[in-house]
Design a protein around this ligand. Structure first.
Ligand code: SF4
Length: 192
């Protein structure tokens, strides 16, 4: 018999008894609870919005309190943040970083340049939106997109994770998002 019950969210319950505690809830919710509170984002940027990205990890917005920390390698990152103007030259590099990330992975388009090319969209060398090369989950407006806004975007990713049927996804029963830039349509497959 438990001495007190605490709901962690609307589905997961922690029961504390005299000899220890137990966590109870649907397996999807338990996995998702752990995943959404340990979102690691790739420390990578292509222009000035990346300065705001760096600041987001600082003491003012302090994303560590959500279990969100940056990783310098795509292999250990859950979230790719498109932070800044994307030139055509960088597009294949960004796609490679995305491909190196393990599933499940999420993409945030941060700021006007990443969303549409922003104030450089008339330029001959600028991509007119990051969603032409990788599937984007969350779009954030602004020039620059401020740390508060990016924090909100990361919290939106948490909300996406919260609703995911994790087991079905792990067993491949959820269709993958449409790839905007499939390998066969890439002109330059390895330009390193
Ligand atoms: S949206 Fe503004 S701040 Fe962000 S990369 Fe473009 S020009 Fe720089």
């Amino acid at each position: 018999m438990s001495s007190s019950d605490d709901m962690v969210d609307d589905k997961v319950k922690v029961e504390q008894g005299p000899n220890g505690g137990a966590v109870a809830g649907p397996i999807d919710s338990l996995f998702n609870l752990a995943r959404k509170n340990s979102l690691w984002y790739l420390l990578f940027g292509t222009a000035c919005c990346a300065i705001e990205l760096m600041q987001t990890g600082g003491p003012r917005t302090d994303t560590d309190r959500f279990g969100m920390v940056f990783r310098p390698t795509p292999r250990q990152a859950d979230v790719l943040i498109l932070a800044g103007t994307i030139t055509y030259k960088m597009a294949s590099r960004i796609r490679r970083l995305y491909d190196q990330m393990a599933e499940p992975k999420y993409v945030i388009s941060m700021g006007s340049c990443a969303n549409t090319g922003g104030l450089f969209q008339a330029s001959y060398s600028v991509l007119k939106g990051g969603d032409l090369i990788v599937p984007v989950d969350v779009y954030l407006p602004g020039c620059p997109c401020r740390p508060e806004s990016l924090t909100e975007g990361l919290m939106l990713v948490q909300q996406i994770i919260e609703k995911e049927p994790w087991l079905k996804k792990a067993w491949g029963k959820v269709p993958a998002p449409k790839d905007p830039w499939p390998e066969e349509s890439r002109e330059c497959k390895d330009d390193s």
